[in-house]
Ligand binder design. Structure first.
Ligand SMILES: [Zn+2]
Ligand SMILES: [Zn+2]
Length: 273
């Protein structure tokens, strides 16, 4: 067997936690793994990985999307305890408050938007998304012919992000809030405005409409992510998606598979190879 084929016999994705209280995602191949964001405690990350028989030594890096606490809460301790490097743009790193990054500069790897880099067998590209934090990015990650796109915080799907989202075989996309729950809920007006804005979060109808309009044969698995604790439920996410699809005559026959990611615990491992 040629070395390249031998390497591509395993590709797994798992959300350890997804939502406004903390985000951390794992992607692993036969040899190594990477994390996307570290918005839960280092202890939880270690425990969740151990429960799946994944050793911390296998993790070769953490990709950072932006500076919001729900994406970096566990980063400092994780890096200090393990020495795992963080991959981040200079602007995102600069925007993280000092007390949350008392980390040796040896552990920081600077990346640039739309400039591919190689890590742990993966080809990775950060792409810009519209969100109210400096230089927020999504990640497009390739392994052999498999493509994974992760876009968890975005007020709308802009032209720069859309091609990466359309290209995915496995797509992790935000479905943060039910529009009616948000409007009728107890959040102050400024916060409702922020969430609904083009640089806030993606609502159930927005995510569903984009998917209905852009779904292609390449898309094998959709993970609906970053649900709000107060303005959404997994049932509403699925209902909205199913209704939007059926209104447009799209019938889902088990393809693509659809998962709604848990807010505080891992969602079962997805095997892409
Ligand atoms: Zn977030
Ligand atoms: Zn955010």
């Amino acid at each position: 067997m040629a070395p390249i084929a031998k390497a591509m016999i395993k590709l797994n994705f798992c959300s350890l936690s997804s939502g406004s209280s903390g985000n951390c995602y794992y992607l692993g191949n036969e040899f190594h793994g990477i994390l996307i964001d570290a918005g839960i405690s280092a202890t939880s990350i270690r425990r969740f990985l151990k429960n799946m028989d994944i050793s911390m030594q296998a993790i070769m890096g953490v990709l950072i999307t932006h500076n919001h606490t729900d994406h970096i809460k566990g980063l400092e301790v994780l890096i200090r305890k393990t020495g795992i490097p963080a991959f981040t743009t200079q602007k995102v790193w600069k925007s993280i408050p000092g007390p949350q990054k008392r980390i040796s500069s040896d552990c920081i790897r600077e990346i640039r938007i739309k400039e591919k880099f190689h890590l742990a067998g993966f080809d990775i590209e950060a792409f810009p998304v519209c969100h109210d934090a400096p230089e927020t990015v999504g990640y497009h990650i390739c392994y052999g012919d498999k493509k994974i796109t992760i876009a968890t915080d975005l007020g709308h799907i802009c032209q720069t992000a859309a091609p990466y989202i359309r290209a995915a075989n496995l797509l992790v996309i935000e479905s943060n809030y039910d529009e009616e729950m948000l409007v009728n809920g107890h959040y102050p007006h400024y916060l409702k405005t922020r969430i609904k804005s083009d640089h806030g979060h993606l609502g159930n109808h927005q995510a569903s409409a984009f998917l209905a309009e852009n779904i292609g044969d390449n898309l094998k698995h959709i993970c609906l992510a970053h649900l709000s604790k107060n303005n959404n439920t997994p049932e509403l996410v699925l209902q909205t998606l199913q209704r939007t699809f059926s209104e447009r005559g799209i019938i889902l026959n088990g393809q693509p598979k659809i998962s709604v990611l848990n807010r505080n615990m891992p969602t079962g491992m997805i095997r892409l190879i």
